[in-house]
Design a protein around this ligand. Structure first.
Ligand SMILES: [Zn+2]
Ligand SMILES: [Zn+2]
Length: 391
């Protein structure tokens, strides 16, 4: 087997990794570059046979629906089969803006897979492993062919609701991997112990005792967190969101409600001015967005009883040109309520030690070399974008 990281050896997001044998060629993710600086123009991916007709490609697998992994789907040559999680597919279809008919057709035609159930593309066996990340329905892929075994982690962490399940699964692969392609987003971040996702839920409960009106700014697609927040709301108070968020919650409830109480019996109400008086009387948690409509709604409630919770990555708030500072000033106080969607350095260390793979290839990181210092006993390989690695 051969691995080529087309993009992502030295950057976060915009990733694309090729896995090939002599007869089969697959891509894992086709991501859009993240624009965190002003006037940033993301570069399209250009991979022969994938984005043009100069070669063949047997399929593109998507680890999850974040744009930095799926955003270049639009440049995948028509006719190449796409594979993604069933819930992720439905979420993408719900999220596409009107007019994106070509993309919509393409996504609607994508194949879906079942967690833990092996399937084949050419001579590569693929086992999708449901993982823990800030996008629900995220996967790692175990790729096997000719006696060789590669695990591609996609984006993952261990401190969310699914962390334990991921650890259990990884144990089975201990000592059996020829290569581990692992995300390293947190390699250049402080090595602090991450706050567990369930702690955020407890913190929200505590805030609700002190504030009658709690507004939460979070990513609508971080549906597991939003399910957890809805469950923190005591009887008698409302959990309010907009129609789009409500549809996402309905979707997870329909598709995953049978798997865990976290995803079922979600009591949510769609915001309407008609109910505003009742909201005002009883109190609530309201999921909000930084737009004119929500700015006006927030201003209509008693500021002294209001709190805004910031449940997003801090970089969005501090980047040049961000409008979030003025949004967070809408209430007299705001507080952060967030934890990373990515594995902390200590967890990367733990996973690599537990798996003891033949080689480790960090991707989705600005500081790949730090993995060598973090795991001195591991065989860390640091390729450049586009460099082929033979197993
Ligand atoms: Zn990512
Ligand atoms: Zn992600």
């Amino acid at each position: 087997m051969q691995i080529i990281v087309h993009r992502g050896t030295h950057q976060i997001g915009g990733v694309a990794t090729e896995i090939r044998t002599s007869s089969t060629r697959l891509l894992v993710d086709m991501g859009e570059e993240l624009g965190l600086t002003e006037n940033f123009t993301p570069k399209p991916l250009s991979i022969p046979g994938v984005t043009d007709a100069n070669g063949r490609c047997d399929g593109v697998l998507f680890t999850h629906h974040h744009a930095d992994h799926i955003g270049q789907l639009k440049n995948v040559r028509p006719g190449i089969a796409l594979y993604m999680g069933a819930l992720a597919k439905q979420m993408l279809l719900l999220t596409l803006p009107p007019g994106e008919n070509v993309l919509k057709k393409r996504i609607a035609a994508a194949h879906t897979f079942t967690p833990g159930k092996r399937f084949y593309i050419g001579d590569i066996a693929i086992t999708p492993v449901l993982t823990d990340h800030s996008a629900c329905d995220s996967y790692m892929f175990l790729l096997e062919s000719g006696g060789k075994r590669i695990l591609h982690t996609g984006d993952f962490r261990l401190h969310g609701f699914r962390g334990k399940g991921v650890c259990k699964w990884l144990k089975r692969l201990s000592g059996r991997l020829d290569a581990l392609i692992i995300e390293g987003t947190a390699l250049d971040r402080p090595a602090a112990w991450p706050v567990a996702e369930r702690i955020l839920q407890q913190q929200l409960r505590a805030y609700l005792k002190r504030y009658k009106y709690v507004f939460v700014l979070a990513a609508a697609s971080n549906v597991e967190r939003i399910c957890a927040f809805s469950k923190a709301v005591p009887r008698g108070k409302y959990f309010i969101c907009d129609a789009y968020q409500y549809r996402l919650l309905r979707l997870i409830q329909q598709q995953w409600g049978a798997f865990s109480p976290l995803y079922r019996d979600i009591k949510a109400v769609v915001y309407t001015p008609r109910l505003e008086e009742r909201f005002s009387q009883r109190g609530f948690v309201m999921m909000v967005r930084d737009n004119r409509k929500f700015r006006e709604i927030i201003r209509r409630f008693d500021a002294d009883k209001s709190l805004l919770l910031y449940s997003l990555w801090d970089g969005y708030r501090t980047r040049p040109g961000s409008s979030l500072a003025s949004f967070l000033a809408l209430t007299p106080r705001w507080a952060p309520l967030h934890t990373s969607g990515h594995a902390a350095p200590g967890d990367l260390q733990r996973v690599i030690a537990a798996l003891s793979p033949q080689r480790v290839i960090p991707i989705h990181t600005q500081a790949p070399a730090r993995l060598k210092a973090l795991c001195p006993g591991a065989s860390v390989v640091l390729p450049q974008d586009g460099e082929a690695l033979d197993l």
